[in-house]
Design a protein around this ligand. Structure first.
Ligand code: ATP
Ligand code: MG
Length: 704
């Protein structure tokens, strides 16, 4: 057993059978959870009573089984909750995660024959959910919306699937999808899955962006993807409205196809959806022979389509990582394990109930949109809200307007949005009822405790547990996450591992550290949703993820574990700052800065320092209406000193009206490091930035 399991074992003396978390408090607090008493936030009795996992005991019991008998744990779920045309072979899984023992290989349910689209749609319809709303679609413009039931969705998916087959797309072929958050995006993904084609969704919008989109950058990276996977067809739309701005998506595809053609690769067909609210077809540039209007052809195809049955280990999709740290990696996921894992993590981490209305603000172009807009929820037969626009358009109250309109019960978003809405003021939140909400979620970066509290108190009215889900494109689904009814939470901690996941913290030499500690986060043994390779580059897969600490999957993230066993993500290990021998995670200093009432967002990097080795350089964005001053600088530094210690006090505060972020809204410290050390000619690849203009603005303010 793992150290972690030993740790939870030691907590076994807890009383059993009690759904009443608060009565357990005293016991838990007295025993194992003694450290930061004030920071514990308990689910209400009422919440825990109805929860799928109502108590720490229940979690421990299930977790223990998942680790001691992974084959039994996962095959029970796989066989009872999914449809398999044919059951898997002799082994539920087989794996080698140790480079010293040969090639890295992970397989789950090999030999099992299934189809994820069938499990999302046909199976739920057979179970009586045909008339249940599958998708609520909300347009960028308030007042425009649409719905699809599960049966209607199946019809649409089949029409597109039939069309794709008619133009020769076969099992294993790649299809590139470059669509905004229209219903056609999940439809396209499901249609590919139905016929065994491998989709590669390219993100078309920036999470928080209302205005700017840099078509040039998008075309370049799209061209690279086209050359990488050589699709027969690219599926796009003519244009999209994002906030007040119209973006001609098809122009970007045209440019990308010209670019890729120069290198000998092009798609035969560009299937284009006419997004009438954004641009009429008369105004769309068109290439006869290659371009096809979706609306002209797809509705002519039959609304039924036989499923292409695939092996559990056949590829489902290819997706590039966010590119926060460098050039994006083409992550490949297969069918069976991913299906079982996303559905199960969705169900437990959000305590899913059939009556829930679920909204995840992520774009389907990110892994979050794959696993937790499309597959995870739909495998559970959930009702999903798909929102086309920016979360702060036309004003910062839009999210809560949507929550009230659809009576959203589960709301899942990113810390960057939470911080931005917090900066905009409570009144945008409190003017809406939000009374339908029962579970909140966060993903993408560590959520600063002060942002966590605001999300919990103001948005959730102090009654909704927050699932702070730590995971990666590579992991397919949640890895460390609260189960909302089970554990008391600590603001800013992703808490405990999901079933079947064995996180370990290792030191520089790759030796596991036990108990309360801090180090490199790795994972021991595989889980069903793990990625199987980097597309076309298995060697890079092994080198990046399995060679740094032989025997483990290395996540690239730093993590500390407190004496209660809670996990705290400290940021990327490449970003750790070493000040006079103190190793400091970026997340800790940033959280201290953000706790200052006048600081809205912060990003911290290390710079060379003559005496200390490294010094701390902090970029800060201020709350609206506050101006930067010497007095504020001192007060910010003092906040960090008081909360962490003198060694963590920033040497330099750099006022940043906004920060460079990836299109999924993550801060790009790699670029900030270059600005901080004034290596301006070495900014590197900026193609994954949402707004490259931010960089010039920061450089201009460097010596303010
Ligand atoms: P790239 O790998 O291309 O540099 P990326 O790591 O940002 O980009 P993703 O796979 O989208 O690409 O993001 C996963 C990373 O996001 C994690 O490794 C972690 O650093 C961060 N992350 C995600 N969720 C959380 C969370 N709940 N708490 C802390 N960090 C998180
Ligand atoms: Mg990563």
């Amino acid at each position: 057993t793992t150290n972690y399991l030993k740790h939870v074992e030691s907590m076994k003396s807890l009383p059993s059978g009690a759904g009443k978390i608060s009565q357990l408090n005293a016991v838990i607090l007295g025993e194992a959870l003694a450290s930061e008493e004030d920071d514990l936030v308990f689910p209400s009795d009422g919440f825990s009573r109805q929860a799928l996992v109502p108590s720490p005991q229940k979690y421990l019991e299930m977790y223990k089984r998942s680790i001691e008998d992974p084959a039994g744990f996962w095959s029970d779920i796989a066989s009872s909750e999914f449809y398999w045309k044919q059951r898997w072979g002799d082994h539920v899984y087989s794996e080698n995660l140790d480079v010293r023992k040969g090639n890295i290989k992970i397989e789950w349910f090999k030999g099992g024959i299934t189809n994820i689209c069938y499990n999302c749609l046909d199976k739920n319809i057979d179970a009586g959910l045909g008339d249940k709303i599958a998708l609520y679609w909300e347009s960028n413009e308030p007042g425009f919306d649409a719905t699809l039931t599960y049966s209607q969705l199946l019809g649409r998916v089949c029409q597109l699937a039939n069309y794709l087959k008619s133009i020769g797309v076969r099992k294993g072929d790649a299809v590139i999808i470059y669509l905004p958050m229209l219903m056609e995006l999940p439809i396209a993904m499901l249609a590919c899955a139905r016929i065994g084609a491998v989709h590669s969704v390219h993100v078309s919008s920036s999470f928080m962006q209302k205005r700017v989109v840099f078509a040039g950058f998008s075309a370049e990276s799209l061209a690279q993807r086209i050359m990488d996977c050589k699709p027969k067809v690219v599926i796009t739309c003519n244009a999209v409205k994002r906030g007040p701005k119209t973006i001609a998506l098809k122009d970007i595809v045209d440019a990308a196809l010209i670019e890729s053609a120069k290198n000998g690769t092009s798609a035969d067909v560009c299937l284009t959806y006419e997004n009438q609210s954004a641009l009429k077809r008369e105004s769309t540039k068109w290439q006869e022979g290659r371009d096809i209007w979706w609306e002209d052809v797809i509705p002519k195809y039959p609304t039924t389509c036989d499923v292409e049955w695939v092996d559990a280990e056949d590829p489902l999709f290819l997706l590039y990582t966010s590119g926060s740290t460098g050039k994006p990696k083409g992550v490949l996921h297969t069918t069976g394990g991913y299906m079982v894992y996303t559905a199960t993590t969705f169900k437990y981490a959000f305590d899913y109930k059939e009556s829930d209305v679920y909204w995840c603000t992520a774009d389907c172009g990110w892994i979050t949109g794959h696993s937790y807009v499309s597959y995870g929820p739909m495998l559970n037969g959930a009702t999903v809200v798909v929102y086309e626009g920016a979360p702060n358009y036309p004003d910062p109250g839009r999210c809560w307007d949507i929550v009230d309109k659809y009576k959203v019960t589960i709301f899942y978003t990113a810390p960057t949005l939470v911080r931005s809405l917090m900066r905009d003021g409570d009144e945008y939140v409190t003017r809406y009822s939000r009374k339908s909400l029962r579970v909140l979620g966060s993903v993408g970066e560590p959520i600063n405790p002060s942002a966590w509290r605001w999300f919990f108190n103001v948005v959730g009215g102090s009654k909704c547990p927050i699932s702070d889900t730590w995971w990666q494109t590579e992991t397919g689904g949640f890895m460390i996450t609260p189960l909302p009814g089970a554990w008391p939470q600590k603001p800013g901690s992703a808490t405990f591992p999901f079933f079947g996941v064995q996180p370990v913290i290792v030191d520089e030499k790759g030796v596991e550290i036990e108990g309360e500690c801090s180090g490199y986060l790795c994972v021991k043994s595989s889980w069903p949703g793990a990625f199987r390779t980097l597309y076309g580059d298995h060697e890079r897969y092994e080198t990046t993820y399995f060679k740094p600490f032989p025997g483990y999957y290395f996540t690239g993230d730093g993590c500390s574990r407190d004496r209660d066993g809670y996990h705290w993500l400290t940021g990327r290990v490449d970003d750790v700052i070493n000040v006079s021998g103190h190793r400091i995670g970026t997340a800790e200093v940033e959280s201290a800065l953000v706790s200052h009432p006048r600081c809205a967002e912060a990003a911290v990097v290390g710079v060379e320092h003559e005496v200390k080795g490294q010094g701390i350089y902090a970029f800060v964005t201020l709350v609206d209406g506050v101006s930067y001053s010497e007095e504020l600088r001192r007060s910010l530094v003092l906040t960090v000193r008081n909360q962490i210690g003198a060694f963590a006090a920033p040497d330099k505060i750099h006022w940043a009206p906004s920060l460079p972020k990836t299109r999924s809204g993550k801060i790009m410290r790699r670029i900030l490091r270059k600005i901080a050390s004034r290596q301006l000619d070495e900014l590197g690849d900026t193609s994954t930035l949402a707004e490259p203009g931010v960089v010039d603005q920061l450089i201009a303010l460097a010596d303010c």
